[in-house]
Design a protein around this ligand. Sequence first.
Ligand SMILES: Nc1ncnc2c1ncn2[C@@H]1O[C@H](COP(=O)(O)OP(=O)(O)O)[C@@H](O)[C@H]1O
Ligand SMILES: [Mg+2]
Length: 393
Amino acid sequence: MPHPPLTAPTLDEEEGLTHTQACMSDQSVLDPARLEAELSQVLDPVFEKPMRAIGSLVSWRVDGTKVHLAIKLPSPSPTIAAKAKRRIEEACRRAGAEAVDFEISIETPMRDVMSDDPIPEVKNIILVMSGKGGVGKSTVATNLALALSRLGHRVGLLDADVYGPSIPTMMGILGHPVGRDGKIAPLERFGIRIMSIGFFLEDEKQAVIWRGPMIHNALQQFLRDVDWGALDFLVLDLPPGTGDVALTMAQRLKVTGVIIVTTPQEVALQDVYKAVSMCKRLNLPILGVVENMSFFVDSAGHKHEIFGKGGGQKVAELANAPLLGQIPLVQAVREQGDAGFPIVIAQPESEVAKVFLSIGEAVIERIARHHFERLGGERLPPSKAPARLRIIR
Ligand SMILES: Nc1ncnc2c1ncn2[C@@H]1O[C@H](COP(=O)(O)OP(=O)(O)O)[C@@H](O)[C@H]1O
Ligand SMILES: [Mg+2]
Protein backbone atom coordinates (compact mmCIF):
# COMPACT_ATOMS: atom_id res chain seq x y z
CA MET A 1 0.00 0.00 0.00
CA PRO A 2 1.32 3.47 -0.81
CA HIS A 3 1.74 5.84 2.10
CA PRO A 4 -0.57 8.80 2.45
CA PRO A 5 0.88 11.88 0.74
CA LEU A 6 2.41 14.66 2.82
CA THR A 7 -0.25 17.13 1.93
CA ALA A 8 -3.70 16.15 0.76
CA PRO A 9 -3.65 16.63 -3.01
CA THR A 10 -6.65 17.97 -4.82
CA LEU A 11 -7.58 17.27 -8.40
CA ASP A 12 -5.92 19.44 -10.97
CA GLU A 13 -5.81 18.99 -14.72
CA GLU A 14 -2.48 20.67 -15.18
CA GLU A 15 -0.09 19.00 -12.86
CA GLY A 16 0.79 15.41 -12.25
CA LEU A 17 1.84 13.91 -8.97
CA THR A 18 3.45 10.58 -8.42
CA HIS A 19 3.83 8.66 -5.27
CA THR A 20 6.24 5.81 -4.97
CA GLN A 21 8.06 3.89 -2.32
CA ALA A 22 11.44 2.30 -2.12
CA CYS A 23 12.74 -0.02 0.54
CA MET A 24 16.19 0.14 2.00
CA SER A 25 18.03 -2.76 3.43
CA ASP A 26 20.39 -1.00 5.85
CA GLN A 27 19.55 -1.49 9.50
CA SER A 28 20.68 1.70 11.22
CA VAL A 29 19.51 4.73 13.14
CA LEU A 30 18.38 7.77 11.22
CA ASP A 31 20.18 10.95 12.17
CA PRO A 32 18.09 14.04 11.18
CA ALA A 33 21.05 16.41 11.14
CA ARG A 34 23.03 14.04 8.93
CA LEU A 35 19.94 13.60 6.73
CA GLU A 36 19.64 17.35 6.24
CA ALA A 37 23.32 17.62 5.39
CA GLU A 38 23.10 14.73 2.93
CA LEU A 39 19.91 15.97 1.27
CA SER A 40 21.37 19.45 0.86
CA GLN A 41 24.04 17.94 -1.38
CA VAL A 42 21.76 16.04 -3.75
CA LEU A 43 21.88 17.44 -7.28
CA ASP A 44 18.78 17.85 -9.42
CA PRO A 45 18.73 15.27 -12.26
CA VAL A 46 18.07 17.93 -14.93
CA PHE A 47 19.60 21.15 -13.62
CA GLU A 48 22.56 19.52 -11.82
CA LYS A 49 22.30 22.01 -8.98
CA PRO A 50 21.40 21.19 -5.35
CA MET A 51 17.72 20.25 -5.31
CA ARG A 52 17.13 21.80 -1.93
CA ALA A 53 18.62 25.16 -2.91
CA ILE A 54 16.76 25.46 -6.21
CA GLY A 55 13.48 24.22 -4.77
CA SER A 56 13.01 20.91 -6.56
CA LEU A 57 13.31 19.15 -3.20
CA VAL A 58 10.17 20.72 -1.80
CA SER A 59 10.01 19.14 1.68
CA TRP A 60 10.77 16.05 3.72
CA ARG A 61 9.54 14.47 6.88
CA VAL A 62 11.05 11.76 9.04
CA ASP A 63 8.91 9.00 10.44
CA GLY A 64 11.04 6.58 12.46
CA THR A 65 13.57 5.25 9.99
CA LYS A 66 11.45 6.23 7.03
CA VAL A 67 11.79 9.47 5.05
CA HIS A 68 8.85 10.99 3.17
CA LEU A 69 9.92 13.47 0.49
CA ALA A 70 8.12 15.77 -1.89
CA ILE A 71 10.02 16.62 -5.06
CA LYS A 72 9.28 18.52 -8.26
CA LEU A 73 10.35 17.40 -11.74
CA PRO A 74 9.86 19.01 -15.18
CA SER A 75 8.69 15.81 -16.85
CA PRO A 76 7.11 12.47 -16.05
CA SER A 77 9.98 10.85 -17.97
CA PRO A 78 10.91 7.65 -16.09
CA THR A 79 14.61 8.27 -16.72
CA ILE A 80 14.54 11.63 -14.94
CA ALA A 81 12.48 10.28 -12.03
CA ALA A 82 14.77 7.25 -11.64
CA LYS A 83 17.85 9.47 -11.56
CA ALA A 84 16.32 11.76 -8.91
CA LYS A 85 15.15 8.83 -6.80
CA ARG A 86 18.48 7.04 -6.96
CA ARG A 87 20.40 10.12 -5.83
CA ILE A 88 17.98 10.87 -2.99
CA GLU A 89 17.77 7.27 -1.84
CA GLU A 90 21.54 7.06 -1.62
CA ALA A 91 21.65 10.26 0.45
CA CYS A 92 18.91 8.99 2.77
CA ARG A 93 20.63 5.65 3.17
CA ARG A 94 23.89 7.34 4.13
CA ALA A 95 21.97 9.14 6.90
CA GLY A 96 20.60 5.83 8.15
CA ALA A 97 17.14 5.71 6.53
CA GLU A 98 15.60 2.30 5.91
CA ALA A 99 12.81 3.39 3.58
CA VAL A 100 12.11 6.37 1.37
CA ASP A 101 8.74 7.44 0.14
CA PHE A 102 8.36 9.89 -2.77
CA GLU A 103 5.65 12.28 -3.77
CA ILE A 104 6.57 13.67 -7.17
CA SER A 105 4.81 16.61 -8.76
CA ILE A 106 5.36 17.29 -12.43
CA GLU A 107 5.71 20.87 -13.58
CA THR A 108 6.39 21.05 -17.29
CA PRO A 109 8.08 24.33 -18.22
CA MET A 110 5.98 26.89 -20.00
CA ARG A 111 6.93 29.30 -22.78
CA ASP A 112 6.09 33.00 -22.46
CA VAL A 113 2.51 33.67 -23.47
CA MET A 114 1.46 37.08 -24.76
CA SER A 115 -2.03 38.46 -24.09
CA ASP A 116 -3.09 37.76 -27.70
CA ASP A 117 -1.54 34.30 -27.91
CA PRO A 118 -3.85 32.08 -29.99
CA ILE A 119 -3.05 28.92 -28.00
CA PRO A 120 -2.27 29.98 -24.43
CA GLU A 121 -2.97 26.50 -23.08
CA VAL A 122 -0.14 25.02 -25.13
CA LYS A 123 2.92 25.06 -22.90
CA ASN A 124 5.56 24.50 -25.57
CA ILE A 125 5.76 24.83 -29.34
CA ILE A 126 8.51 23.00 -31.17
CA LEU A 127 9.23 23.65 -34.85
CA VAL A 128 10.87 20.84 -36.80
CA MET A 129 12.62 22.33 -39.81
CA SER A 130 15.35 21.97 -42.38
CA GLY A 131 16.38 23.85 -45.45
CA LYS A 132 15.60 20.92 -47.67
CA GLY A 133 12.97 18.29 -48.48
CA GLY A 134 13.42 14.58 -48.02
CA VAL A 135 15.81 14.75 -45.06
CA GLY A 136 13.24 13.28 -42.71
CA LYS A 137 11.49 16.25 -41.08
CA SER A 138 8.12 14.57 -41.06
CA THR A 139 9.62 11.31 -39.82
CA VAL A 140 11.39 13.14 -37.00
CA ALA A 141 8.37 15.31 -36.13
CA THR A 142 6.07 12.28 -36.00
CA ASN A 143 8.34 10.02 -33.97
CA LEU A 144 9.43 12.86 -31.68
CA ALA A 145 5.77 13.66 -30.94
CA LEU A 146 5.15 9.98 -30.16
CA ALA A 147 8.28 9.78 -28.01
CA LEU A 148 7.20 12.82 -25.95
CA SER A 149 3.79 11.22 -25.54
CA ARG A 150 5.32 7.91 -24.44
CA LEU A 151 7.35 9.80 -21.84
CA GLY A 152 4.04 10.85 -20.33
CA HIS A 153 3.32 14.24 -21.90
CA ARG A 154 0.20 15.58 -23.63
CA VAL A 155 1.18 16.17 -27.25
CA GLY A 156 -0.23 17.65 -30.44
CA LEU A 157 1.18 17.40 -33.96
CA LEU A 158 0.51 20.11 -36.51
CA ASP A 159 1.34 19.38 -40.10
CA ALA A 160 2.44 22.82 -41.25
CA ASP A 161 3.72 21.45 -44.55
CA VAL A 162 0.88 22.83 -46.60
CA TYR A 163 2.66 21.96 -49.85
CA GLY A 164 3.08 18.26 -49.17
CA PRO A 165 1.27 17.17 -46.04
CA SER A 166 2.57 13.75 -45.04
CA ILE A 167 1.41 13.47 -41.43
CA PRO A 168 -1.97 11.87 -42.32
CA THR A 169 -0.16 9.02 -44.12
CA MET A 170 2.58 8.64 -41.52
CA MET A 171 0.16 8.63 -38.60
CA GLY A 172 -2.28 6.44 -40.52
CA ILE A 173 -5.17 8.80 -40.13
CA LEU A 174 -7.60 10.17 -42.67
CA GLY A 175 -10.90 11.84 -42.07
CA HIS A 176 -12.56 15.18 -41.95
CA PRO A 177 -12.31 17.12 -38.73
CA VAL A 178 -15.63 18.33 -37.34
CA GLY A 179 -16.64 21.43 -35.45
CA ARG A 180 -16.74 21.51 -31.67
CA ASP A 181 -17.89 24.53 -29.69
CA GLY A 182 -17.22 26.88 -32.58
CA LYS A 183 -13.76 25.45 -33.18
CA ILE A 184 -12.35 22.61 -35.27
CA ALA A 185 -11.66 19.45 -33.30
CA PRO A 186 -8.26 17.92 -34.10
CA LEU A 187 -8.24 14.25 -35.04
CA GLU A 188 -6.60 11.89 -32.60
CA ARG A 189 -4.34 8.90 -33.12
CA PHE A 190 -1.97 7.05 -30.78
CA GLY A 191 -3.00 9.52 -28.08
CA ILE A 192 -1.85 12.54 -30.08
CA ARG A 193 -4.01 15.40 -31.35
CA ILE A 194 -3.36 15.98 -35.03
CA MET A 195 -4.22 18.63 -37.59
CA SER A 196 -3.20 18.72 -41.25
CA ILE A 197 -4.25 20.49 -44.41
CA GLY A 198 -4.40 16.95 -45.78
CA PHE A 199 -7.63 16.40 -43.84
CA PHE A 200 -9.31 19.09 -45.93
CA LEU A 201 -8.24 18.06 -49.41
CA GLU A 202 -10.79 16.35 -51.65
CA ASP A 203 -8.16 14.18 -53.18
CA GLU A 204 -5.10 13.10 -51.23
CA LYS A 205 -2.87 13.63 -54.26
CA GLN A 206 -4.31 17.04 -55.01
CA ALA A 207 -1.62 19.63 -55.52
CA VAL A 208 -1.81 22.63 -53.30
CA ILE A 209 -0.65 25.92 -54.68
CA TRP A 210 -0.13 28.44 -51.97
CA ARG A 211 1.20 31.88 -51.87
CA GLY A 212 2.67 33.49 -48.77
CA PRO A 213 -0.49 35.22 -47.48
CA MET A 214 -2.56 32.04 -47.95
CA ILE A 215 -0.11 30.03 -45.91
CA HIS A 216 -0.19 32.72 -43.28
CA ASN A 217 -3.99 32.52 -43.10
CA ALA A 218 -4.13 28.73 -43.09
CA LEU A 219 -1.61 28.57 -40.31
CA GLN A 220 -3.38 31.23 -38.29
CA GLN A 221 -6.52 29.13 -38.54
CA PHE A 222 -4.70 26.02 -37.47
CA LEU A 223 -3.58 27.80 -34.36
CA ARG A 224 -6.56 29.98 -33.54
CA ASP A 225 -9.50 27.88 -34.75
CA VAL A 226 -8.39 24.41 -33.74
CA ASP A 227 -9.43 23.19 -30.31
CA TRP A 228 -5.99 21.98 -29.20
CA GLY A 229 -6.91 22.09 -25.52
CA ALA A 230 -4.18 21.89 -22.90
CA LEU A 231 -0.94 20.45 -24.23
CA ASP A 232 2.60 20.13 -22.93
CA PHE A 233 4.04 20.10 -26.45
CA LEU A 234 2.77 21.04 -29.89
CA VAL A 235 5.17 19.75 -32.53
CA LEU A 236 5.07 21.46 -35.94
CA ASP A 237 6.25 19.72 -39.07
CA LEU A 238 7.42 22.54 -41.33
CA PRO A 239 7.64 22.60 -45.11
CA PRO A 240 11.10 22.52 -46.69
CA GLY A 241 12.86 25.79 -47.31
CA THR A 242 13.12 28.74 -45.09
CA GLY A 243 10.42 31.20 -44.86
CA ASP A 244 6.75 31.75 -44.59
CA VAL A 245 5.71 29.32 -41.89
CA ALA A 246 8.57 30.04 -39.52
CA LEU A 247 8.07 33.76 -40.07
CA THR A 248 4.35 33.55 -39.32
CA MET A 249 4.99 31.53 -36.20
CA ALA A 250 7.69 33.88 -34.96
CA GLN A 251 5.37 36.86 -35.48
CA ARG A 252 2.26 35.36 -33.92
CA LEU A 253 3.55 33.75 -30.76
CA LYS A 254 6.47 32.77 -28.59
CA VAL A 255 7.88 29.54 -29.92
CA THR A 256 9.81 27.40 -27.43
CA GLY A 257 12.38 26.42 -30.00
CA VAL A 258 13.42 24.81 -33.23
CA ILE A 259 14.81 21.40 -34.05
CA ILE A 260 16.93 21.34 -37.17
CA VAL A 261 16.98 18.10 -39.14
CA THR A 262 19.90 17.34 -41.41
CA THR A 263 21.56 14.44 -43.17
CA PRO A 264 25.31 13.87 -42.80
CA GLN A 265 26.49 14.93 -46.27
CA GLU A 266 28.08 18.20 -47.40
CA VAL A 267 25.61 19.04 -50.18
CA ALA A 268 22.69 19.03 -47.79
CA LEU A 269 24.47 21.33 -45.38
CA GLN A 270 24.26 24.55 -47.39
CA ASP A 271 20.48 24.52 -47.11
CA VAL A 272 20.60 23.68 -43.43
CA TYR A 273 22.94 26.58 -42.76
CA LYS A 274 20.31 28.87 -44.30
CA ALA A 275 17.73 27.47 -41.89
CA VAL A 276 20.08 28.11 -38.97
CA SER A 277 20.73 31.69 -39.99
CA MET A 278 17.02 32.29 -40.47
CA CYS A 279 16.36 31.09 -36.92
CA LYS A 280 18.98 33.49 -35.67
CA ARG A 281 17.42 36.34 -37.66
CA LEU A 282 13.94 35.59 -36.34
CA ASN A 283 15.25 35.09 -32.82
CA LEU A 284 13.99 31.53 -32.68
CA PRO A 285 16.00 29.52 -30.14
CA ILE A 286 17.54 26.37 -31.60
CA LEU A 287 16.94 23.45 -29.24
CA GLY A 288 19.25 21.16 -31.12
CA VAL A 289 20.09 19.27 -34.26
CA VAL A 290 18.94 15.81 -35.31
CA GLU A 291 21.07 14.01 -37.85
CA ASN A 292 18.95 11.59 -39.85
CA MET A 293 20.06 8.71 -42.08
CA SER A 294 23.39 8.84 -40.23
CA PHE A 295 24.48 5.30 -41.01
CA PHE A 296 23.24 1.89 -42.09
CA VAL A 297 23.95 -1.32 -40.21
CA ASP A 298 24.00 -4.39 -42.48
CA SER A 299 22.88 -7.89 -41.54
CA ALA A 300 26.43 -8.76 -40.46
CA GLY A 301 26.38 -5.83 -38.03
CA HIS A 302 28.77 -3.63 -40.05
CA LYS A 303 28.16 0.09 -39.99
CA HIS A 304 28.14 1.97 -43.32
CA GLU A 305 28.16 5.75 -43.46
CA ILE A 306 26.32 5.93 -46.76
CA PHE A 307 25.77 9.67 -46.76
CA GLY A 308 29.13 10.60 -45.31
CA LYS A 309 29.63 11.79 -41.78
CA GLY A 310 29.91 14.77 -39.51
CA GLY A 311 27.07 16.89 -40.94
CA GLY A 312 24.99 16.92 -37.77
CA GLN A 313 27.95 17.91 -35.65
CA LYS A 314 28.89 20.73 -38.04
CA VAL A 315 25.39 22.15 -38.05
CA ALA A 316 25.21 21.85 -34.27
CA GLU A 317 28.44 23.82 -33.92
CA LEU A 318 27.18 26.50 -36.27
CA ALA A 319 23.88 26.68 -34.40
CA ASN A 320 25.68 26.60 -31.05
CA ALA A 321 23.26 23.89 -29.98
CA PRO A 322 23.63 20.22 -29.09
CA LEU A 323 23.47 17.31 -31.51
CA LEU A 324 20.39 15.65 -30.00
CA GLY A 325 20.78 12.33 -31.73
CA GLN A 326 21.74 10.36 -34.83
CA ILE A 327 19.07 8.27 -36.47
CA PRO A 328 20.22 5.33 -38.56
CA LEU A 329 18.85 4.52 -41.98
CA VAL A 330 16.46 1.66 -41.30
CA GLN A 331 14.12 0.17 -43.86
CA ALA A 332 11.38 -0.32 -41.26
CA VAL A 333 11.36 3.45 -40.58
CA ARG A 334 10.20 4.08 -44.13
CA GLU A 335 7.91 1.06 -44.30
CA GLN A 336 6.20 1.84 -41.01
CA GLY A 337 5.92 5.49 -42.00
CA ASP A 338 4.19 4.52 -45.23
CA ALA A 339 1.95 2.07 -43.39
CA GLY A 340 0.78 4.65 -40.85
CA PHE A 341 2.47 3.03 -37.86
CA PRO A 342 5.54 5.12 -37.01
CA ILE A 343 8.49 3.14 -35.72
CA VAL A 344 8.14 4.38 -32.12
CA ILE A 345 4.67 2.76 -32.10
CA ALA A 346 5.33 -0.23 -34.39
CA GLN A 347 8.64 -1.37 -32.88
CA PRO A 348 8.98 0.43 -29.55
CA GLU A 349 11.85 -1.77 -28.41
CA SER A 350 13.94 -1.32 -31.58
CA GLU A 351 17.25 0.54 -31.46
CA VAL A 352 15.93 3.30 -33.69
CA ALA A 353 12.83 3.80 -31.51
CA LYS A 354 15.19 4.12 -28.53
CA VAL A 355 17.12 6.83 -30.38
CA PHE A 356 13.86 8.76 -30.85
CA LEU A 357 13.04 8.34 -27.15
CA SER A 358 16.45 9.62 -26.11
CA ILE A 359 16.00 12.59 -28.47
CA GLY A 360 12.65 13.23 -26.75
CA GLU A 361 14.34 13.18 -23.35
CA ALA A 362 17.13 15.46 -24.56
CA VAL A 363 14.54 17.92 -25.90
CA ILE A 364 12.64 17.96 -22.61
CA GLU A 365 15.81 18.52 -20.59
CA ARG A 366 17.02 21.25 -22.90
CA ILE A 367 13.67 23.07 -22.72
CA ALA A 368 13.61 22.74 -18.93
CA ARG A 369 17.15 24.11 -18.63
CA HIS A 370 16.42 27.04 -20.98
CA HIS A 371 13.35 27.86 -18.94
CA PHE A 372 15.27 27.68 -15.67
CA GLU A 373 18.01 29.94 -17.04
CA ARG A 374 15.41 32.45 -18.18
CA LEU A 375 14.13 32.52 -14.61
CA GLY A 376 17.62 33.37 -13.40
CA GLY A 377 18.95 29.84 -12.85
CA GLU A 378 18.74 30.12 -9.06
CA ARG A 379 15.36 28.88 -7.97
CA LEU A 380 12.31 27.24 -9.51
CA PRO A 381 9.09 29.22 -9.21
CA PRO A 382 6.76 28.14 -6.39
CA SER A 383 4.03 25.69 -7.39
CA LYS A 384 0.81 27.34 -8.44
CA ALA A 385 -1.62 24.59 -7.58
CA PRO A 386 -1.60 21.43 -5.53
CA ALA A 387 -1.03 18.49 -7.80
CA ARG A 388 -3.26 15.66 -8.92
CA LEU A 389 -2.42 12.31 -7.40
CA ARG A 390 -1.15 9.59 -9.66
CA ILE A 391 0.45 6.46 -8.43
CA ILE A 392 3.34 4.97 -10.32
CA ARG A 393 4.60 1.56 -9.32
N1 LIG B 1 16.00 7.09 -40.80
C1 LIG B 1 15.32 6.70 -41.88
N2 LIG B 1 15.44 5.44 -42.36
C2 LIG B 1 14.74 5.07 -43.48
N3 LIG B 1 13.90 5.85 -44.15
C3 LIG B 1 13.73 7.11 -43.71
C4 LIG B 1 14.42 7.60 -42.55
N4 LIG B 1 14.03 8.89 -42.35
C5 LIG B 1 13.15 9.17 -43.33
N5 LIG B 1 12.96 8.12 -44.15
C6 LIG B 1 12.11 8.06 -45.34
O1 LIG B 1 12.57 9.06 -46.24
C7 LIG B 1 11.47 9.69 -46.90
C8 LIG B 1 11.53 11.19 -46.62
O2 LIG B 1 11.32 11.41 -45.24
P1 LIG B 1 10.33 12.56 -44.74
O3 LIG B 1 10.25 12.42 -43.27
O4 LIG B 1 9.07 12.56 -45.50
O5 LIG B 1 11.20 13.83 -45.11
P2 LIG B 1 10.80 15.39 -45.23
O6 LIG B 1 9.62 15.61 -44.35
O7 LIG B 1 12.02 16.12 -44.78
O8 LIG B 1 10.51 15.65 -46.65
C9 LIG B 1 10.23 9.01 -46.36
O9 LIG B 1 9.84 7.99 -47.24
C10 LIG B 1 10.68 8.41 -45.04
O10 LIG B 1 9.93 7.26 -44.67
MG1 LIG C 1 7.75 16.36 -44.78
